[in-house]
Design a binder for this molecule. Structure first.
Ligand SMILES: Cc1cc2nc3c(=O)[nH]c(=O)nc-3n(C[C@H](O)[C@H](O)[C@H](O)COP(=O)(O)O)c2cc1C
Length: 190
């Protein structure tokens, strides 16, 4: 089973989100860690059907290309979630993944309890607008959902101002991504 699983909600295969995710994976793989990449824009990925199977089972009843991810997440040490900002929030592809991850928490009389806690997560966001703080609420909300799964968001990378005609991903951000991948892998060895 791969130690690190990445999920990308960007439909642009060579966009900024995916470039940063690839750099994180390159860092992790430099330490010998296996990884797997899920393109959440892949054909056949279905939204949550609200069947509530995951309220009584650890997993999801929807048989689609995400089905393999449940056991892989259970076994993984670390996860990566990347998404562009679309209309002030995450992309529809990312929201589908978030809803499908409802199985990561079980319902108890006292509230929700994580089923697979303790994963370390790096999140990646990319936005066109020049103001880095503009969508902090969307970032906090998304990171907060992952924390609700009992996961630790150890690093958040934000690429902003991509709408500028002169935009290029900075070597500093690319290095932060690579280093984040190395750290994920090194911590997995413990
Ligand atoms: C439908 C759509 C909605 C968008 N909405 C926003 C937005 O609300 N704020 C923003 O800063 N950028 C917005 N953008 C721009 C993207 O966030 C930006 O191009 C981002 O860098 C794309 O990431 P990617 O290269 O990983 O695909 C939008 C782009 C699209 C296609």
């Amino acid at each position: 089973m791969p130690k690190i699983i990445a999920f990308s909600g960007s439909p642009r295969k060579n966009g900024h989100t995916n470039t940063l995710i690839r750099e994180i994976l390159r860092g992790a793989e430099s330490q010998g860690d296996d990884s797997k990449f899920y393109d959440l824009n892949a054909e056949g990925i279905c939204p949550c059907q609200g069947c509530n199977y995951c309220r009584t089972h650890d997993g999801c009843a929807v048989q689609d290309p995400l089905q393999s991810a449940y056991e892989e997440i259970h076994q993984a040490e670390a996860l990566i979630l990347g998404t562009p900002i679309y209309c002030r929030g995450v992309t529809a592809q990312t929201k589908i993944w978030i809803d499908r991850m409802f199985s990561m928490i079980e319902s108890k009389d006292s509230g929700f309890a994580p089923r697979h806690p303790g994963k370390r997560v790096v999140t990646v966001y990319s936005q066109g607008y020049y103001d880095a703080a503009a969508y902090q609420n969307a970032i906090d909300s998304t990171n907060g959902i992952l924390k609700g799964f009992g996961w630790y968001v150890v690093e958040t990378l934000l690429c902003y101002n991509t709408s500028s005609p002169t935009f290029v991903l900075s070597p500093e951000l690319l290095k932060r991504a690579y280093d984040a991948g190395q750290s994920l892998a090194k911590l997995s060895e413990r």
